[in-house]
Design a protein around this ligand. Structure first.
Ligand SMILES: Nc1ncnc2c1ncn2[C@@H]1O[C@H](COP(=O)(O)OP(=O)(O)OP(=O)(O)O)[C@@H](O)[C@H]1O
Ligand SMILES: [Mg+2]
Length: 344
């Protein structure tokens, strides 16, 4: 097999707080291939952003620390790189887009200055060339009138336009990997879809791999080749988007899918939802972290943390009963019961 573009192995990122040690990311492993669109989904607090920040090496010590693991980009461990080498990777080879562009843009500099700064940081070009690249980058994200827009300040752009600027900035140096952390959550639904199309279209043209972080399964459904589902700092299931959607093998994934209100036979049917809340990542339960909320839990689940094991080609699940549970069949039974309830 060819070397993946990015390989994360047993990554653990913890924070020391007054309440105790927060095990935000606790032993995750995954690969990202060139040009792959990988979705990272999970409830709030499951460790999605900390995963992204760890890859970018933006975890702030002393409170935050990557305690163990490897993050290999084209075979080189980012965690062992000198800070100046890492700076070249950051933005140049691996770029990141955040949920709120206002925190990433500096209000006192023009959009043009900020774009040009990123460009000159990573590419040996003259000021004039940087300006041309910046202008083209704005045109690529379909910002009308890019020449005039370069001279404007962040507050003169709408939320959707600012997110376009962030995409322009992210892609301006032709990175191999674009990490987008909830890039459209702050926007209205119509703008969300447009921005997502635009971002992924540009990534496709350049064969940029995308790690798309979102709590919205609907978003990853439409846009990702592969999906990893995170729960309480771990990956509970990963596989192709199709497999995850049509044949979930982990009760948590099944719950996430069921609690999405979906149109089913022209009728809105809520299949099932997950009761309870995720555990505190300070005080994780012994055994499977999902056990307290799992309707299929048995004795062993309270004692042994199930490892993520392969259940098929490109498919992994961390559940003691992954092979035995036929969640699809249970889904149909739920639906029939609901239908009966509606009729009676
Ligand atoms: N700087 C920090 N100090 C202490 N705890 C932190 C810090 N950053 C994150 N955490 C904790 O780590 C856990 C994972 O956080 P993370 O931001 O990765 O969640 P997330 O999956 O991105 O959630 P969301 O969907 O809300 O963005 C949470 O319990 C969070 O409170
Ligand atoms: Mg987050």
């Amino acid at each position: 097999m060819t070397q993946p573009l990015l390989r994360v192995t047993d990554l653990r990122t913890y924070f020391s707080t007054e309440e105790g040690v927060v095990r935000a990311v606790d032993g995750i492993s995954f690969d990202l291939q060139p040009g792959e669109r990988r979705g990272v989904v999970g409830e709030s607090g499951s460790g999605k952003s900390v995963t992204a920040m760890s890859i970018m090496r933006l975890i702030e010590p002393p409170a935050g620390e990557i305690v163990t693991g490897r993050i290999e980009y084209k075979g080189a461990n980012l965690l062992e790189m000198a800070e100046d080498e890492m700076q070249a990777v950051r933005g140049g080879q691996i770029a990141m887009i955040f949920q709120d562009p206002m925190t990433a843009l500096n209000p006192v500099y023009t959009i043009g200055d900020q774009l040009m700064e990123t460009i000159t940081l990573h590419q040996k070009v003259s000021k004039r060339e940087a300006r041309d690249i910046a202008m083209q980058a704005l045109a690529d994200v379909q910002i009308p009138n890019p020449v005039a827009r370069l001279e404007e300040y962040p507050h003169q752009f709408s939320g959707g336009m600012r997110q376009r600027v962030m995409i322009a900035m992210g892609l301006s140096c032709n990175p191999d990997i674009l990490i987008a952390d909830e890039p459209t959550t702050a926007l209205d639904v119509t703008t969300q879809a447009k921005i997502m199309d635009l971002m992924l279209g540009l990534a496709d043209e350049r064969n940029t791999a995308v790690l798309l972080i979102t709590h919205d399964l609907g978003v990853v459904a439409g846009f990702c080749d592969t999906i990893q589902v995170m729960y309480a700092g771990g990956i509970v299931e990963s596989g192709s988007g199709d497999e995850i959607f049509h044949n979930p093998q982990h009760p948590y994934t099944w719950g996430l899918l069921g609690s999405m209100t979906r149109l089913d036979q022209a009728q809105q049917v809520r299949l099932h939802s997950i009761a309870g809340a995720p555990p505190s990542v300070i005080d994780l339960p012994v055994g499977c972290r999902f056990r307290p909320r799992c309707e299929f839990a048995q004795d062993i689940c309270g004692r042994v943390l199930p490892p993520l094991v392969e259940t098929g080609a490109g498919r992994s699940v961390a559940c003691h009963f992954a092979e035995e549970l036929d969640l699809k069949a249970i889904d149909v039974r739920h639906r029939e019961t609901e239908a009966e309830e509606v009729i009676s």
